[in-house]
Design a binder for this molecule. Structure first.
Ligand SMILES: Cc1cc2nc3c(=O)[nH]c(=O)nc-3n(C[C@H](O)[C@H](O)[C@H](O)COP(=O)(O)OP(=O)(O)OC[C@H]3O[C@@H](n4cnc5c(N)ncnc54)[C@H](O)[C@@H]3O)c2cc1C
Length: 374
């Protein structure tokens, strides 16, 4: 079982709309620090399944850590979907769920910026956390474009109205209802967003909505690479079960040498202790990894992704999706060159700051130094 998984009690279930419920968690005192979170992050919930034992699904925290709210996720039923319907149908006050500690990179780093937020459907959940936090912590403006099928499907309608009433000069909310205006269009988004060029953009919603928003903002010369986006999808991997390493084809000039799975629970060297020497070779680079206050020096096979190497050594690296989408395994390359096979969550300025996703990272140089310090 993943060391970052914990049993949490659901204190209350709130019906938000006919299709969406909020699950409010009771976090016991001994887990409070572990469940500290930033606005925009998500929890991963283990949902029992008769077929597979369990499935794992991510749900963004809709609560704000800056507004004295209990940690809350909001789940909207996906038609034909397994976990969302199971959660909506089965969880009641007092239910216990197995939940991974908060994770994710869809997090504003600077509250002294104006924010342009775009959400559709259940995409409102991380956006709501960011919006409430920005109003509570920052002093700048927040504009929200919120698309829904019709008035009945708006999640958090009353809370948004109350916030507009409390912050009339700082918060602007525009609803786009398909029942009244049809689906959002790039032209409509660009017309709406024109006065807000220069705001930091956060976007969460289905793929079609994300495409239209990106096109609309593109018409205003806002680059897609500057748009921070959370993409909802169901996990194919299950971080609650033991992982299986994937060894890639060899890099040019090397041979495919996968690390034999190392013993689980290898004792980590404390930061002050110099670990045993590990030398780079044609097949392996050497990496020093700092994580949770401990340093490890490891041979890094050139065809193997950093996260797999760490997990094979029993090192408790954070991860959820292992597909580059969730940003949980983000880390910083402090020395050496790496390359990513895929990147769906880091934006340009984060790449420039040396951030990388461990689940997609291969070594390019011989000696590397990487820190999980996010
Ligand atoms: C970072 C992140 C945050 C998220 N936050 C939220 C949130 O706050 N709120 C929220 O409601 N959701 C959120 N999601 C989405 C959530 O994790 C689930 O993906 C969603 O609830 C659907 O899961 P499900 O098990 O109900 O559906 P699934 O069973 O995974 O099905 C999804 C869709 O695929 C179809 N499908 C399933 N199996 C098959 C098959 N074999 N062949 C063809 N089609 C199939 C289903 O009919 C359905 O339309 C988030 C996702 C991520 C990655």
């Amino acid at each position: 079982m993943n060391a970052r998984a914990h049993r949490l009690e659901v204190r209350e279930v709130v019906s938000e709309t006919a299709e969406a419920v909020s699950l409010i968690f009771e976090i016991p005192a001994e887990l409070r620090r572990r469940f500290d979170y930033s606005p925009g992050q998500f929890l991963t919930i283990r949902v029992p399944s008769a077929e597979t034992g369990s499935v794992a699904r991510c749900y963004s925290l809709s609560s704000s850590p800056h507004c004295a709210e209990r940690a809350t996720v909001t789940v909207k039923r996906t038609p034909g979907g397994y976990a969302s319907n199971w959660l909506c149908d089965n969880v009641t006050a007092g239910s216990e769920l197995t939940v991974l500690e908060p994770a994710g990179n869809f997090v504003p780093r600077d509250w002294n910026r104006d924010l342009l937020l775009c959400a559709a459907g259940s995409g409102i959940t991380p956006i709501m956390s960011i919006l409430k936090s920005a109003l509570a912590v920052g002093r700048r403006k927040v504009v929200l474009l919120y698309a829904n099928r019709d008035r009945q499907s708006i999640v958090f309608g009353p809370q948004l109205r109350e916030l507009v009433r409390r912050y009339p000069r700082r918060l602007t909310v525009t609803h786009w209802l398909e029942a009244e205006r049809g689906l959002p269009t790039a032209r409509g988004v660009s017309t709406w967003a024109r006065p807000y060029r220069g705001h930091d953009v956060y976007l969460c919603g289905p793929a079609g909505f994300a495409t239209v928003v990106t096109q609309g903002l593109g018409q205003l010369r806002i680059s897609g690479r500057a748009i921070r986006q959370e993409e909802y999808r169901s996990l194919t991997d299950n971080p609650f079960e033991r992982h299986a390493a994937v060894v890639l084809a060899p890099a040019v000039g090397g041979s495919a040498v996968g690390l034999a799975p190392g013993p689980v629970g290898v004792t980590a060297a404390p930061l002050a202790v110099v670990p045993a020497p590990v030398r780079p070779s044609a097949d392996t680079a050497t990496v020093r990894v700092e994580i949770d206050g401990q340093a490890h020096t490891l041979a890094w096979p050139r065809g193997e992704k950093l996260l797999d190497v760490l997990l094979d050594h029993g090192i408790d690296a954070p991860y959820v999706c292992r597909e580059s989408a969730c940003g949980t395994c983000v880390c910083r390359v402090r020395q050496g060159r790496t390359r990513m096979l895929m990147n769906e969550s880091l934006i340009e300025e984060e790449l420039a700051a040396g951030l990388t996703l461990a689940c997609q990272t291969l070594p390019e140089s011989d000696d590397l130094d990487i820190a999980f310090d996010q």
